[in-house]
Design a protein around this ligand. Structure first.
Ligand SMILES: [Zn+2]
Length: 81
């Protein structure tokens, strides 16, 4: 199940939620203050940029996916099929 990073705009807390993709747009209350003023961050999605050698390299977000960091199958973000 994918993991998503959230930010609470009420108490400024950052937290991670593991939820199904089908529930991605459902409200996610903050675990700190139970506010529903939370925003999903896109840090799970790796951001790529072309390097000088023309290779793609991850600039951010790769560490939040265990599949990206290992030789595993990866996630839908890093290994779209
Ligand atoms: Zn909060």
């Amino acid at each position: 199940m994918p993991v998503y990073d959230y930010h609470c705009s009420h108490c400024n807390a950052a937290f991670t939620v593991r939820k199904a993709m089908s529930e991605i747009d459902s409200p996610t209350p903050c675990p700190e203050c139970e506010s529903r003023e939370t925003q999903r961050l896109i840090s799970v999605v790796a951001i790529f940029a072309s390097g000088s050698a023309g290779q793609k390299r991850a600039l951010a977000g790769a560490s939040s996916c265990s599949g990206c960091a290992t030789a595993g199958p990866g996630c839908a973000s890093c290994h779209p099929r």
